[in-house]
Design a protein around this ligand. Structure first.
Ligand SMILES: [Cu+2]
Length: 480
């Protein structure tokens, strides 16, 4: 079975180079080399090394991005670990500024989680930090920087510091049954060269080209899937009848996306790495910042197609990748899919979730620019980070958080160190959809339930960098 980062050609030399970096050999590169394939390991490794450093990324002929990546490559190497088997990761910071790496979607302790708000100091430039933890639960997780960018759009989540972190189950499988697919590809989305765009312009543009897919004050010049802009990298090569498991990750700093693939549909089997109760087939996939979708695509329409953004402007920016059937030739084709509303409830179960022991109602508001910033500040119940009271929970109790979006922006809400269950979107109640990020649409409300089962300080925040960095965070503390 092929298991590759789509769009990358793997050869033995580059594979060995990658393996050497992973093992800690000094192979410092200032350019981002062609992706060495996802197979940094065939089985669970006990020890990884990641080097954070500057690199140049040629996303299309003549278009070179200066950024910061892991091990001189973007995306970073796919880390494959096994649930329950301890892993050590040495993170060496050669970026020239303080950094921190976060393991997203894992139920680990506060110190190793990789968030300074939970107590882990930043790694100074020139320093190395050893993380040590036992990964769980199994599923498609990821890792990324948690450095604050603020108004510096060349830092933090705007850089190339992201990669897949796959937690195989205890049998070394998966995270999904390999009988269900013939080929596995990893697709990480990112946007490049951000710049400040006043919100009013974004709104005007959005209304002219529905649906609203961003509420960001940031515009971009380019977008990539893995290392390349649409058409610039190797296509995903498929054969008729193949079932391809796509692991999709929105690793953008501040941009939500909607994707389509003409002539095909996506059977969604997992969200944020957790199998969904109801694997529905859809025409388009919505991925807010930090969300993952694992979907099986059955290859039934021979040709050369674009898997890409449903917005023409975003595809022009590069947001897509070519899918090429064996024997097919010619330019890649795009057709607009029928409009489809992204509805989390379709993937859940109709059974009602148990009542929580306690409910927190959290209202989000935009309070406009503060302290001379060009970017708006954000509040949760009228308080902003860091002057905000923590939520207090007791171990073993079940909690509900009701997110009430009092703004015109979308907010991908992320809870660290826990998996929550989405139990209501708007007026639709459901259960069983386990996630670590949920996107709350403008003026909508969403309820998520979780069991306080992992003591230690825990960060709750919007994953949109411009919101997170301007007040939209709150700590949860275990008490009693
Ligand atoms: Cu937000």
């Amino acid at each position: 079975m092929a298991r590759i980062y789509a769009g990358w050609r793997m050869n033995r030399r580059s594979f060995l180079a990658s393996a050497a970096v992973v093992l800690g050999t000094q192979m410092v590169s200032r350019t981002c080399p062609a992706w060495a394939g996802g197979r940094t390991t065939e089985k669970a490794h006990a020890h990884y090394a990641l080097r954070i450093g500057p690199c140049k990324l040629e996303i299309a002929p003549g278009i070179v991005i200066d950024t910061i990546g892991y091990n001189g490559q973007v995306p970073g190497p796919i880390l494959r670990v096994r649930e329950g088997v301890p892993v050590t990761i040495d993170v060496m910071n050669q970026s020239g500024r303080a950094e921190i790496a976060h393991w997203h979607g894992l139920a680990i302790d506060s110190v190793n989680d990789g968030a300074m708000e939970e107590g882990l100091p930043m790694i100074p430039s020139g320093g190395t930090l050893r993380y040590h933890f036992t990964p769980r639960p199994a599923g498609t997780r990821w890792y990324h920087t948690r450095a604050t960018a603020g108004a510096d759009l060349s830092a933090g989540g705007y850089t190339g510091q992201f990669g897949f972190f796959l937690v195989e189950d205890r049998h070394g499988q998966g995270p999904y049954d390999p009988q269900r697919y013939d080929q596995e590809v990893f697709l990480a989305i990112h946007h490049w060269e951000p710049s400040f765009v006043p919100m009013v312009e974004k709104m005007r543009e959005a209304f002219a080209n529905a649906p609203l897919t961003s509420g960001s004050d940031v515009g971009y010049k380019y977008a990539t899937i893995n290392q390349h802009m649409l058409g610039a990298g190797e296509p995903i090569r498929v054969k008729r009848g193949q079932r391809v498991l796509m692991h999709l990750l929105n690793a953008s700093g501040a941009e939500n996306v909607v994707l389509g693939l003409p002539g095909h549909s996506f059977k969604v089997i997992a969200m944020d790495g957790n199998p969904v109760p109801n694997p529905v087939t859809v025409e388009t996939l919505s991925l807010a910042v930090a969300e993952r979708v694992d979907a099986i695509v059955e290859r039934k329409s021979p040709g050369v197609w674009v898997l890409g953004s449903t917005l023409a402007k975003s595809r022009d920016m590069g947001l897509g990748i070519v899918v090429e059937y064996a024997g097919a030739t010619g330019p890649s084709a795009w057709h607009d899919p029928a409009p489809e509303e992204w509805d989390y409830s379709r993937f859940g179960s109709l059974a009602k979730a148990p009542e929580p022991d306690e409910t927190f109602t959290l209202t989000f508001r935009d309070i406009g620019p503060m302290n001379g910033s060009q970017f708006d500040s954000w509040t949760i119940n009228n308080q902003s980070w860091s002057k905000i009271d923590p939520l207090r929970v007791r171990q073993g109790r079940r909690y509900r958080m009701v997110f009430r979006n009092g703004s015109g922006d979308q907010h991908p809400m992320h809870l660290h160190r826990h998996t929550f269950e989405v139990t209501r979107v708007g007026t639709k109640e459901f259960s069983g959809l386990r996630k670590d990020v949920v996107n709350v649409m403008p003026l909508d409300s969403v309820a998520v339930d979780f069991v306080a089962d992992n003591p230690g300080d825990t960060l709750l925040h919007c994953h949109q960098a411009l919101h997170m960095d301007f007040g939209f965070m709150r700590l949860m503390k275990y008490v009693g």
